[in-house]
Each structure stands twice: as structure tokens, then as C-alpha cells.
Design a protein around this ligand. Structure first.
Ligand SMILES: NC(=O)N[C@H]1NC(=O)NC1=O
Length: 172
């Protein structure tokens, strides 16, 4: 599926949410909310509408909690969303040796106990060594810093998911 922004703007509500509903993991309500802002002049304008909606939420940790752990339970049971599956596979989450896998599980748990929400990172921008390093370092941050950092990562994931669905047109 690869459309231009005009095709996106022409989508009826149901199709818009079916196609773009997972650009923020398991949060189709965000896609549903921005539909009324059509027509979008560009992919960047659609992305900005999503970003503004997220920033206006009174509570953003719920979005972080919708994300599966990297190499976590959903990864093992095969119940990831297609997008998350592809991202995790691309960053080597399926190729952890047993030492890396137990370190990832331990640090994910530690992170969640400390902050009350899961560690989120744009997996497509990192390899497994880098992800483990960042996870370990980010466990030391303040809660408010991590909340903001997690949301920044959600927006990077959203950017790449949108790009894979919508053709960017240099004339727009
Ligand atoms: N926990 C976490 O970061 N999950 C994710 N990151 C990513 O790129 N895709 C995900 O599902």
C-alpha cells in the first residue's frame, strides 16, 4: 500500500482508520481524531496534526503503555502488530543471544518498575547493541525526562510508519 497525500485525503473515515490506524501503536483513536482535519496539504501536515493531538493530551503515559516490550512477551508469542514485528525484526530483536535476551528482559523490567511505563525507542534507528546501551542509560533518568523522551520516540516511529504508507511528493 503506497498512496499520495491526495489519495489519503480522499479516503472515507473507515478506510483512513483501517489504513493509518496503527501509525501510533495500538492508538487508532489518534488517527480517528485527526481525520476531521483533512485535507492535509502534505504528509508533514498530517504528521504535525498527529503530533499536536498527542501534545494536547492531558496524560501521555497511556500511549507509552500501548507499546509492547522490545523482545518481550508479545514478541515471543507472535502477537505483535505487523508494524512492530517488522521494526523489532529489523533491529535484531529476533537475533539476541541468551545473554542479551536476559539482559533485555531484566532492564525492561527494571525500567517499568522505576517509571510505571515501558521503555520505548524507535527500533528502526538502532541496532541491538545500541538499544541495550540506551535502555541501560535511560533507566537512570528522571521520570519526567523519560516520559518526554518516550513520546519523542513514539513520534519517530510514527514518522517512519507514515512514510512507508504515504508517498512523499516533492511538489507538496
Ligand atoms: N517498546 C518499544 O520501543 N516498542 C517499539 N519500538 C518500535 O520501533 N516499534 C515498537 O513496537
Amino acid at each position: 500500500m503506497n498512496m499520495d497525500i491526495a489519495a489519503v485525503n480522499a479516503l472515507p473515515y473507515e478506510d483512513f482508520v483501517d489504513i493509518l490506524g496503527n501509525v501510533v501503536e495500538k492508538c487508532p483513536i489518534i488517527t480517528a481524531a485527526v481525520w476531521s482535519g483533512r485535507p492535509f496539504l502534505s504528509l508533514a501536515a498530517l504528521e504535525a496534526a498527529i503530533s499536536e493531538f498527542i501534545d494536547a493530551l492531558p496524560e501521555s503515559e497511556g500511549i507509552l503503555r500501548c507499546h509492547p516490550d522490545l523482545a518481550g512477551r508479545d514478541h515471543q508469542s507472535g502477537s505483535l502488530t505487523r508494524e512492530s514485528h517488522d521494526e523489532q525484526a529489523g533491529s535484531g530483536m529476533g537475533a539476541l543471544n541468551s545473554g542479551e535476551a536476559s539482559r533485555m528482559a531484566r532492564l525492561n523490567q527494571e525500567y517499568k518498575e522505576r517509571f510505571g511505563f515501558p521503555f520505548v525507542i524507535c527500533a528502526r534507528m538502532h541496532d541491538k547493541e545500541n538499544i541495550l546501551r540506551q535502555l541501560s542509560a535511560r533507566c537512570q533518568n528522571e521520570r519526567a525526562v523519560e516520559r518526554a523522551r518516550g513520546i519523542e520516540e513514539v513520534k519517530k516511529i510514527c514518522h517512519l510508519r507514515l512514510q512507508s504508507l504515504v508517498l512523499t511528493d516533492s511538489r507538496l
